[in-house]
Each structure stands twice: as structure tokens, then as C-alpha cells.
Design a protein around this ligand. Structure first.
Ligand code: CP
Length: 306
């Protein structure tokens, strides 16, 4: 059950065999999460430090829970209460932490590429929990696990990723992972939300939401990232909802159900309406549960658990 990768920095170059191993192992850990005692001794003696330089609910708590479920020792680092506020450099902060013998680091940071840089100067397993607008590989893995759970396979599945693609690390990791697994990916959103180099991603693109819905078995609806917007990319949130918002009225025109996904946090009434997000076809909360199992799987496989 060895992986070819030594760190999880992104999904761009992760082979299909590794993704299959991670997902299969995650399904085994899902069973542990259904037990009355949801804990195994697999990572006893392994120390994991969670470095979050950006806000997070799902990813941070999910990693912490996964580490506890595997019996690892967990350290939570908060940038706002650290010596970074006294002017210490990130490199010094991290080298001091690692002088205390950490085995695994999970990092979320607003700068694309920061996690790769970290992997070059620490002697530990590095896991990307989201680096700016670059990648969020564990989110894409939990998304793929949730699609596989619902549909049985990823091969040939039509996935439409809808919304703010340009600012979305979730979209990029999903594109890389889904392509590797043989799914068909279509991106949909306003032209101002498409990456400049969208052609190089090798996926279909449409600016027409109804066309995307016609194509899709699954829609993965992205959050409008208010904190990363430049000025004037969309006229207003109201206009965005009118043209690209996922509403029950729009879906009912299809006469067949779509699987509804969203990585969270949701802007209800903007990119997706509440009755769609909470409908019987939504697997949004399954994604959250699968997030714990996927993170257990990655920690186990990369940190050499038994
Ligand atoms: N999906 C996701 O990354 O959510 P958080 O920002 O809450 O971690």
C-alpha cells in the first residue's frame, strides 16, 4: 500500500494508482468512523503539526479529527498568536517548530507554491491543506470519494464545475484528479471567472449554465470568493445569481436529477439556493464526512502507519 508520492502538494502529477490507493483506504477508514469507538492506534508516536495561516472550518477540524482518530500527537499552530507577529520569518518559525521533531506538517497558506517551498526545507511529510489559488488536493480527493460512493465509478462521469474557477484551488485540484481518473470535466462561469490559461487545462468550457446542466451527471458548485475578488469581475452578486445561481427552477427544466456538490463554505442565495443545497440530491454533508476518512487515509499512507 505504498504511494509513489512522498508528500501531497497537489494532484497535478499524482498517478491514478496512488489516487485509487488513497480512495480505497479512505473507504476502509469510513467504516472506522461508523464504529462506536472511532479510534485506531495506527499513528501512535507520530507527531503532526497543523499550520493554518488562513481561516478554515472544514479542513482544519477534519485534519485534527483524522489525526486524533489515528492516535497521532497533534500540535495546532495559530499564526495570529505566534512570534510571526513579532517579525519572525516564516522560514525561522518553521525551522524552530521542526527542531522539536515533527513528523508531518499540514499547511494552509494564502501564497500559491508555499507548500512546495516548505517541502524543500523540512525533513517531514508535507500535506497541502490549500495554498492560495493554487491547489487543495484533499478537497478534490474527498470530492472524488463522494462521487465514487454515489455513482460507483469516476470513469466516464460528466462533472460540471460551476462558478469562480479562476480563484478556486478546489477547481484546479478537481480538474487534475478527475482527468486522471477518466471523468469528463466541463467548466462553467462568466468569462471573467475563467483562468487566463484555461485552454491548457484540457477540459471543456462553457459560459452558458443551461448547457453545463445538460452535460452534467454531477455539478460541483463553487463559492464566490469575496476575499480574492478583483474589482469589477462581476456586476453584482444579484446579477451573478440571476445568470449562474443554481436554483430549483433551473434544475426542474432538466427532468432528471443531478448530484449536487459544494466544497463549502456556501454563500446561500448566491451561487446556490438553500432548497438545492439541502435537497435529497445534495451530497454536501457526505463530502464533509468523507473528508475525515480521506485525511485519515493520506496521513496513514504518507506517515507510514500500520
Ligand atoms: N472546503 C474548505 O476548504 O473549507 P474550509 O475553508 O472551511 O476549510
Amino acid at each position: 500500500m505504498n504511494l509513489r508520492i512522498k508528500h501531497l502538494l497537489g494532484l497535478e502529477n499524482v498517478p491514478q494508482e496512488d489516487i485509487n490507493t488513497i480512495l480505497d483506504t479512505a473507504f476502509s477508514f469510513r467504516e472506522v468512523l461508523e464504529r462506536p469507538i472511532k479510534k485506531v492506534p495506527t499513528l501512535k508516536g507520530v507527531t503532526v503539526v497543523n499550520l493554518f495561516f488562513e481561516n478554515s472550518t472544514r479542513t482544519r477540524i477534519s485534519f485534527e479529527l483524522a489525526e486524533k482518530r489515528l492516535s497521532a500527537d497533534t500540535i495546532n499552530f495559530s499564526a495570529s498568536s505566534s512570534s510571526l507577529t513579532k517579525g519572525e520569518s516564516l522560514r525561522d518559525t518553521i525551522q524552530n517548530l521542526f527542531a522539536m521533531k515533527m513528523d508531518v506538517v499540514v499547511m494552509r497558506h494564502p501564497t500559491p507554491g508555499s507548500v512546495k517551498l516548505l517541502s524543500q526545507f523540512v525533513d517531514a511529510v508535507v500535506i497541502n491543506a490549500g495554498d492560495g489559488t493554487h491547489e487543495h488536493p484533499t478537497q478534490a480527493l474527498l470530492d472524488m470519494m463522494s462521487m465514487k460512493e454515489k455513482l460507483g465509478s469516476l470513469e466516464g462521469v460528466n462533472v460540471a464545475i460551476i462558478g469562480d474557477i479562476r480563484h478556486s484551488r478546489v477547481a484546479l485540484s478537481n480538474i487534475f484528479g478527475l482527468k486522471t481518473m477518466g471523468a469528463n470535466v466541463l467548466l462553467c462561469g462568466p468569462p471573467t471567472f475563467m483562468p487566463y490559461d484555461v485552454v491548457s487545462l484540457g477540459v471543456k468550457v462553457t459560459y452558458n449554465l443551461d448547457e453545463a446542466l445538460q452535460f452534467a451527471d454531477v455539478i460541483n458548485v463553487l463559492r464566490i470568493q469575496k476575499e480574492r475578488q478583483g474589482k469589477g469581475l462581476i456586476p453584482s452578486m444579484r446579477e451573478y445569481r440571476n445568470v449562474y445561481g443554481i436554483t430549483q427552477q433551473r434544475l426542474s427544466k432538466l427532468k432528471r436529477p443531478l448530484t449536487i456538490m459544494h466544497p463549502g463554505p456556501i454563500n446561500r442565495g448566491v451561487e446556490i439556493d438553500t432548497d438545492v443545497a439541502d435537497s435529497e440530491h445534495s451530497i454536501i454533508l457526505h463530502q464533509v464526512l468523507n473528508g475525515v476518512a480521506v485525511r485519515m487515509s493520506i496521513l496513514f499512507l504518507l506517515a507510514g502507519g500500520r
